[in-house]
Design a protein around this ligand. Structure first.
Ligand SMILES: O=C(O)c1cccc(O)c1O
Length: 545
């Protein structure tokens, strides 16, 4: 194993966060055990597709038995396991089993394909990969076969649901529980995915201490307690539905997590009624869809108290429609998997709720707004958001060069967001400096997509930018210069090429445009700003091709 580097908080900060009571010295494994002892028979996880309702005692016992089986297969503390599961109960069984051993889940999304999965497995030297047989019409066993052939460290593939094919069924792994050492509260709990703005996705090392603080801190702000019923609509591994306050926050509080098999109102509304859902979280395009569907629904949505909306900017007009349509309180959340999470407060004035993205969880979250020279701007002025605090990482996992750029010398994370802070301390997101497209809450690093397009033999150069989309907020447009002498290439061929290289579908450019040259800045660099403006003009005058 190569040496690992997970930058952490300097000792004086760690001491301060412990002394302040933010870091409680808990681990996920022990947390679940405690809840199971406190209220064994309360329902923890509802999986409507499987028809399962696991109590805290069930989940606790399953996690223990799976942990034992994983241990006897040689998976030990510090090992990495790529977890790519849809919203099914086994997701929680797997991650709590890994938490108990001290092995680290590496969270992947169901949308990821060969390119992303191979990279996660290789970069983390993963020893195991967990999938469901099929989901959304896609066969993950095929992806697992390719990954298994490509990645030498990968010793196990476990199939959590459906016919395991050539691999081992997760249900066969469980054994009688044994004793195990388990991690410490300041050990890493998992590697979370970054939205990213570079060619290679970055992995985010989160500890038990810091992440658990973000959970109970969120619970207090979102009024999540043991009576809460959280509907997990977005992909469960994503940081927003996982932790803001999400399913893990809800489990911390002793509440109930209901797994939603799809995001549409047709799927979600009946579940809200049946399970008495009190809180859920959506990205803006889904929030719009729900707001439009709610007035005409026959389902009783009156149990819903809070709708969190985050992941991308939610327009003020759309925000104003939430309460009239859904009868619940809107809570805007501006968060990032690297740490800092901001919420509007439930008792904030309506104007604050609809016009700001909230304020930080913790009194010890430090927020700086700076100019291009890292100098603080005047209060209320717009600038780059830098942050440091008790649940914001001090560096990405094994990425020293990138960390030197993404963090200041005194440990502030450069979020890449352009913001201003109001007199009440609420953050308003005004834009973005990082080279990223936010496609309805799915973050896409332009450079990653550009690299894939550049691999096409007929392509000389490529630039990927955001263009406005009425539904997603932004979608992607790829500007491509062909090699001289290369035959004609169609836009669809570029899209197919990228897809066939195994890139997640949401990263495939929505539109491809061929050009002879790129606009340049004064110093001769490609002007992405001009490209974005050009894309916006085309987008407003035509439909995507
Ligand atoms: O990554 C995000 O976009 C995000 C949004 C809301 C809340 C979060 O925790 C997030 O990580």
């Amino acid at each position: 194993m190569s040496a690992e580097a997970a930058p952490t908080w300097p000792a004086e900060f760690a001491e301060r966060y412990r002394a302040a009571g933010w870091w409680r010295g808990e681990t996920f494994g022990e947390m679940l055990r405690q809840r199971a002892e406190e209220h064994p028979d309360r329902v923890a996880i509802v999986d409507p597709v499987a028809g399962s309702r696991w109590t805290y005692a069930d989940l606790d016992r399953r996690a223990d038995r799976l942990a034992a089986g994983l241990l006897s297969r040689g998976i030990v503390k510090g090992d990495k396991v790529v977890v790519q599961l849809p919203n099914i109960a086994e997701f929680f069984e797997v991650i709590f089993a890994l938490f108990r051993i001290g092995a680290l889940p590496v969270f992947a999304l169901p949308a990821h394909r060969e390119s992303e999965i191979t990279y996660f497995c290789e970069f983390t030297e993963a020893v195991a990969y967990v999938v469901a047989a099929e989901h959304g019409g896609y066969d993950y066993r095929e992806l697992a076969s390719k990954t298994h052939a490509n990645v030498s460290t990968l010793r196990h593939v476990f199939v959590a649901q459906g016919d395991p094919g050539e691999f081992e069924a997760l249900s066969e792994v469980a054994e009688e529980p044994v004793g195990y050492g388990g991690p410490r509260p300041d050990d890493l709990a998992f590697l979370q995915l970054s939205g990213g703005s570079t060619g290679i996705p970055k992995l985010i090392p989160r500890t038990h201490d810091d992440y658990i603080y973000s959970l109970w801190g969120s619970n207090e702000i979102c009024a999540v307690d043991e009576n809460s019923v959280y509907l997990c609509v977005l992909p469960a591994a994503h940081n927003f539905p996982l932790s803001s306050p999400g399913s893990l926050g809800t489990l911390y509080a002793g509440g109930r997590v209901v797994l939603c098999p799809g995001p549409s109102p047709e799927v979600a509304f009946p579940l809200i009624e049946r399970e008495g859902v009190t809180i859920t979280g959506l990205v803006p395009p889904l929030a719009l869809l729900w707001t439009e569907a709610a007035p005409g629904t026959a389902h009783d949505l009156s149990s819903l108290d809070v709708l969190l909306v985050g992941g991308a900017k939610f327009s003020e007009e759309a925000a104003r429609r939430v309460r009239p349509a859904l009868g619940c309180t809107l809570q805007q959340v501006f968060g990032m998997a690297e740490g800092l999470v901001n919420y509007t407060r439930l008792d904030d004035p309506v104007e604050t709720i609809v016009t700001t993205q909230g304020r930080p969880i913790s009194p010890d979250d430090e927020v700086l707004v700076v100019d291009d020279e890292d100098q603080e701007v005047a209060p209320g002025e717009t600038g780059h958001l830098l942050t440091r605090g008790p649940y914001t990482i001090r560096g990405y996992w094994n990425a020293p060069e990138h960390n030197a750029r993404s963090f200041t010398e005194d440990g502030f994370y450069r979020t890449g967001d352009i913001v201003r802070v109001t007199g009440s301390g609420h953050i308003v997101v005004e834009g973005r400096a990082k080279d990223q497209i936010n496609r309805g809450g799915e973050k896409i690093a332009a450079e990653e997509v550009e690299n894939h397009i550049l691999a096409h033999p007929a392509v000389h150069d490529a630039n990927v930018v955001a263009e406005p989309d009425p539904y997603l907020g932004e979608r992607t447009c790829a500007y491509v210069i062909l090699r001289s002498g290369a035959g004609p290439l169609k836009a669809v061929a570029v899209k197919r090429f990228v897809r066939e290289r195994g890139l997640a579908a949401y990263k495939v450019p929505d539109r491809v445009e061929f050009v002879d040259a790129f606009p340049q800045t004064g110093v001769g660099k490609v002007s992405k700003k001009d490209l974005r403006n050009a894309a916006a003009r085309t987008a407003s005058s035509s439909s995507p091709s």
